[in-house]
Write a protein that binds this ligand. Sequence first.
Ligand code: HAM
Length: 441
Amino acid sequence: MAILTKGPRGTQDILPGETGKWQHVERVTRETAELFGFREIRFPTFEHTELFNRSVGDTTDVVQKEMYTFRDKGDRSITLRPEGTAGVMRSAIEHGLLTEALPVKLSYLISCFRYEKPQAGRLREFHQFGCEMLGADSPAADAEVIAMVNEIFKRLELKEISLEINSIGCPVCRAKYHEALRAHFGAHREELCDTCKDRLEKNPMRLLDCKSPICREIAKGAPTVLDFLCEDCSSHFEELKRRLTAMGVAYTVNPTIVRGLDYYTKTVFEFVSGNIGAQGTVCGGGRYDGLIEQLGGPKMTGIGFAMGLERLLLVMEHSGSPFPEPVPCKIYLGSMGDEAAVCAASLVSGLRAEGFRAECDLMGRSVKAQMKYADKLRAQYSAVIGDNELASGVIKVKNMLTGDTAQVKLSLDDSDDDSLMSYLYHTGFAELTEAVEGMEL
Ligand code: HAM
């Protein structure tokens, strides 16, 4: 039955050959966030559905079409998180994090769920690294958050990515903008998709990111929000641009960026790549000055971003960003006979305790087959312990690449046969470790 051997559509297994790349990205994002003073927060995979309706917005595609919503056995409406910001805000309000010294800086690495049509870079379960900075109103905060994303990409040696920024104003300037949008789209009312006909009155900005081809075409001639910014939003945007330039962060202004979630105000931004197909937005974010209050928290502003790790990895692979090599197997200790096998296992334990990746036989293979396996592991060194080695304490270590060998003498002189194993475990490996460490065969 294929259903048992094929994962659900839009999900992806991350196999051992790939996990090293993920760990690299996770390490760099975490370390950079730490440098910028962000502390990690972990929060549930599911929340009350109402949280997303209120924050992401009930006229967005995410809420209207893409959420994994179900009733639990207690008849509560539950939703798998389609994004992280709502859960972080809920948690920060619930646990009083917003009374801490400001700004509160939080980061997260999470899986998210959206019922979208899968394609390259678009999955139904995907992963985000995100940061939220709460309580800092000034454009300096926007610039710092954006500069941090830039720093992450620099550290990952990501090329082929560019920053686009925009301002979508605040409730004050938006009222006039909404009117202009209603006038523009109203003239094409009959051509709009059914969802957009409904959105036209409630939330006309949502028409700007509708995925239906006809709505997209009509959206092309729509007025842009930058022409409607109030004094405060306009000076905020000017100062952000000044700061980014001063920090050496290259950007272009793209007045068509509106973002697909309802909570944004003022600054919005996206890091985009033209080289990974239609889903080129690797990172998206912006300011959300009314959200915390709207969810029942204090009057406090926020700004943040999230980057999609699947898309990030696609760009990294496409642009040839380097990934660290997996930790190689330093030494394979083969053995011939029972006693030698126990000895090899002891030495391997000791080597691992010293931080070396070491392996020995667990399959009862012949020496020849053990060496073949050592080759497959790409072990850097190998040695075989047999009766002679047990008696003399001399082990011949071979460089698997060059074939060169060197003798390592384990000082067994003081030990009697009975305690040989324990001697090796506690002492012998130190000499082997030293030898392996210093070996330049
Ligand atoms: P978003 O733009 O909806 O923003 O998602 C952020 C990123 O997640 C996208 O740029 C993309 O890389 C990735 N992403 C979204 N949907 C998918 C998908 N179906 N498959 C693969 N990757 C995807 C947010 O989620 C906001 N919470 C960001 C934010 C944080 N704004 C302020 N703070």
